[in-house]
Design a protein around this ligand. Sequence first.
Ligand SMILES: [Zn+2]
Length: 173
Amino acid sequence: MGYKDPIMIDLGTDGDRERCSGATLVRPVRARKLAKVPFVELADGRVQGVVSSGSDIARVYVSSVTADGHGLSCSTNNNRPCGGLSGPYACKHLRAMLDEAVLQYGRERVARYLRVEVGADSDVLGALDPHHAPAPAATVFSRFLRHLAYLEVPEADGPVPELQWFGATRTAG
Ligand SMILES: [Zn+2]
């Protein structure tokens, strides 16, 4: 065949629509409704993450705990300090972020990262010796945005070069 059929789209029948879907179409991510804690990681000497605001869908908080000295930080992505964090008392965002970290990485691993011992039925937060140490939200927030962007990378058979940074997608040989 030296030519391509013109693509005919007949919205009336599903059969014709099938014909022109030569490439795998990736369903767009549904209207962005953020999970309570859409992003959490153990990185840069911190357990850090992004927590969506319970009241305002457009606002997110960036919460972090440093492994060294257990400095607590919580602010909006625009660096407005969180009103719920005072002194050594963690706000609900920090609690939610740590809960999610434990869910994703396991209690042992989070505890080890924060250099604390946790008993069988005590929580990580209770084992900390925290103090208030505001940290800039921008780094964590931009990592979160990258993370979101990669959720939308179309499915591909080959390795995605930028993802090699994560180590796990390196090609064999
Ligand atoms: Zn907070």
